[in-house]
Design a protein around this ligand. Structure first.
Ligand code: DOR
Ligand code: ZN
Ligand code: ZN
Length: 417
């Protein structure tokens, strides 16, 4: 055994004392007692599966002044995320096989954690060509950052048919472009008026006609949630839609698509999340520079960072007793692994040893100066959080005790398939 971690580990749905034996990056034995060449005793801490963030926008290639794969994945590691799935609205967008291969070349050797790339769907895109290189497919039904957009139902049906043949998931930005108004905006209220909840509902209803595995990203409204009831889709939620609403202030910094909505929307989402009704928590980490966000509200881009703060804030909620640990672990690790077919997401023999070590006493306010995204801002300054003491990716500590502990050994989860 190369390494044995000992602690109160989350195994088969509950916490108890375990030894986790690791060899060649995988957990090979989970037992009450184990010998190993190297032991780490975390017996006064929790060991959880590292999070898999199914939704980040790392801006590499093309907008690396906002983020690059190195800073993005380092932020992920510090935030307890051992694997990120990156969206295709980079420059150029990843919408062809050659784009995906070039993007892989550019980001190779930059990553601190494992990663997979989404292939973007556009009119005419060759789904089958991209499938061997993509962890999943992304469809924008409403326009947002970048130019990826498909509005035609016939084209969406074609995409869904072809995605179905690949067996992969279609992750959808579900806002109906036809119901998004383009009036000039001066505030979050205006942004919300331009992008009403009914645009989300309409997009979800259109998706219901499709026959493929659909994941609805960043559900943002009570109506959207209701529309999803009984539909065979998986559901993803962000921390910002759970913790912020239109009254949270911060002007263009809080401009995001889909928008922050009302307090009632937020509370409905929070209640559903706590009740285990969401499959996944995704950060939708969308870093923009301070300079971009300081522009006039109308022209400022939408999106906010979150890959480093999402899991730590939710761990603080667990500590407070307002979120069951098993609900969090399911949404941050188990379900993303199941949905995207990754050999990760649970403490189990045979799975990748992607683990986080959490000291439940270490609740502290978030400080932007301690974060690692290139964008240099957060909407969650001062929010309670528990940052992991260590993040392991395939058995190697990437960060430990607030410092970088490893090398850039993140791998493409789809490589070689
Ligand atoms: O607010 C958003 N920002 N929503 C998106 O769909 C894209 C994202 C980005 O890439 O900036
Ligand atoms: Zn989106
Ligand atoms: Zn997104």
């Amino acid at each position: 055994m190369d390494l044995v971690l000992e602690g109160r580990a989350f195994v088969k749905g509950k916490l108890s004392n375990w030894c986790i034996g690791i060899e060649d990056g995988k957990m090979v034995q989970v037992a009450k007692h184990l010998r190993g060449d190297e032991r780490r005793d975390y017996s006064d801490m929790l060991i959880l599966p590292a999070s898999i963030d199914p939704h980040v926008h790392f801006r590499d290639p093309g907008m690396t002044q906002k983020e690059d794969f190195s800073t993005g994945t380092l932020a992920a590691a510090f935030g307890g995320v051992g694997c990120v799935l990156d969206m295709p609205n980079t420059l150029p967008p990843a919408v062809k096989r050659s784009d995906l291969l070039e993007k892989k070349e550019i980001i190779a050797r930059k990553a601190w954690v494992d990663y997979g790339l989404f292939a973007g769907c556009v009119p005419g895109s060759r789904i089958e060509d991209m499938a061997p290189h993509a962890v999943g497919f992304k469809l924008f039904m409403g326009s947002s950052t970048g130019k990826l957009l498909v509005t035609d139902d016939g084209e969406i049906a074609r995409i869904a048919r072809q995605v179905k043949a690949t067996g992969k998931v279609l992750s959808v930005h579900a806002e109906d472009e036809g119901l998004i108004q383009k009036s000039e905006e001066g505030s979050l209220e205006d942004h919300l008026r331009n992008r009403p909840a009914r645009a989300e509902v309409a997009a979800i209803e259109r998706l219901a006609r499709l026959d493929c595995r659909v994941n609805v990203c960043h559900v943002s409204s009570a109506e959207g949630l209701a529309a999803l009831e009984g539909k065979p889709f998986t559901k993803e939620i962000t921390a910002h839609h759970l913790l912020l609403d239109r009254s949270s202030g911060r002007g263009a910094y809080a401009k995001v698509n889909p928008p922050l909505r009302t307090r009632d929307d937020r509370l409905a989402l929070l209640q559903a999340f706590i009740g285990g009704k969401f499959d996944m928590i995704g950060s939708d980490h969308a870093p923009h520079t301070i300079e971009d966000k300081e522009r006039e509200f109308d022209t400022a881009p939408s999106g906010m960072p979150g890959v480093e703060t999402t899991v730590p804030m939710l761990l603080a909620m667990v500590k407070k007793g307002s979120l069951p640990l098993e609900v969090l672990v399911r949404a941050m690790a188990e379900r993303p692994a199941e949905i995207f077919g990754l050999n990760k997401g649970a403490i189990e023999e045979g799975k990748d040893a992607d683990l986080i070590v959490v000291d439940p006493r270490a609740v502290a306010g978030i400080k932007v100066n301690n974060l690692h995204s290139k964008c240099g801002w957060t909407l969650f300054e001062g929010y309670d959080a528990i940052f992991p003491r260590a993040t392991y990716v395939r058995g190697r500590a990437v960060v430990e005790d607030g410092d970088i502990a490893g090398e850039r050994e993140g791998r493409d989860v789809v490589a070689g398939k």
